[in-house]
Ligand binder design. Sequence first.
Ligand SMILES: NC(=O)c1ccc[n+]([C@@H]2O[C@H](COP(=O)([O-])OP(=O)(O)OC[C@H]3O[C@@H](n4cnc5c(N)ncnc54)[C@H](O)[C@@H]3O)[C@@H](O)[C@H]2O)c1
Length: 260
Amino acid sequence: MGDLIGKVAIITGAGSGIGAATAECLADHGAAVTVTDINFEAAQQTADIIGQRGQQALALKQDVTMREGWVEVFDRTRTTLGVVNVLVNNAGVSGAGLDRFEEEGGLDAWRQIMNINLDAVNLGCRQAIAEMKETGGSIVNISSVMGLVGGAGPAYNASKGGVRLLTKSIASYCGRMGYPIRSNSVHPGYIWTPMVRQIAEVHEEVSSEAELEEMLRLQHPIGRLGVPEDIAAGVKFLASDAAGFMTGSELVIDGGYTCV
Ligand SMILES: NC(=O)c1ccc[n+]([C@@H]2O[C@H](COP(=O)([O-])OP(=O)(O)OC[C@H]3O[C@@H](n4cnc5c(N)ncnc54)[C@H](O)[C@@H]3O)[C@@H](O)[C@H]2O)c1
């Protein structure tokens, strides 16, 4: 259980869903974690759960789209927990129902979704490179199956596809520069979190969460939707030294969603 002992990790959007499960999982395996979220109370709740288990967690309010906030998050983590060697860029929005090709206002939604899901990942990666280029580390970017195939709103698809290639670009750059930083993306299928449950409110073909869950379940050959812990396990592996030969990779954890 201790394969992350000595690691100090920052996980964004960790007040809910995949981010919260990832923070708990990394802490369970020995990492000290900074839990950030735009919703501070939610971040604090995750940090409290981890703290109650006798593990180290710091909660910080962070809007990932704000550049100066990134410097503060790394500074506060370094002074409180130690030198950062893992960054998980997890915060994101679905933009479900907002970004449609033929709707007025779609362009504003596009910009907002790209800003949170892609531009902010770029900000986090740049700060992580500056912080970790001497001491080394692992960047894990949460993309999606929607970064591999179409099927979501245009901005969500484009942002997650962008995260996939940004991740590879960083891996290649760090290699060229001789920086001991690995960079990998994770591509979840549908995971039953508040983000997905919210789709029920805007989806024209479903009238309840139960109907949505069943519709999505049928798209996963494994016969169920994912749970946040399914993704947390993959992130934990990429953060650990066991993934020491992995960089520029895409870890697909999707119950077979993309194999059909
Ligand atoms: N749930 C899925 O099926 C699924 C599938 C593929 C990929 N993902 C990706 O996984 C990540 C987590 O999704 P989730 O399902 O756990 O969602 P979620 O809605 O449960 O959690 C997302 C968290 O991000 C935070 N957040 C939103 N905007 C922010 C900002 N500007 N700054 C800081 N924090 C912000 C929210 O407050 C929330 O706590 C997202 O990047 C999402 O796109 C989710």
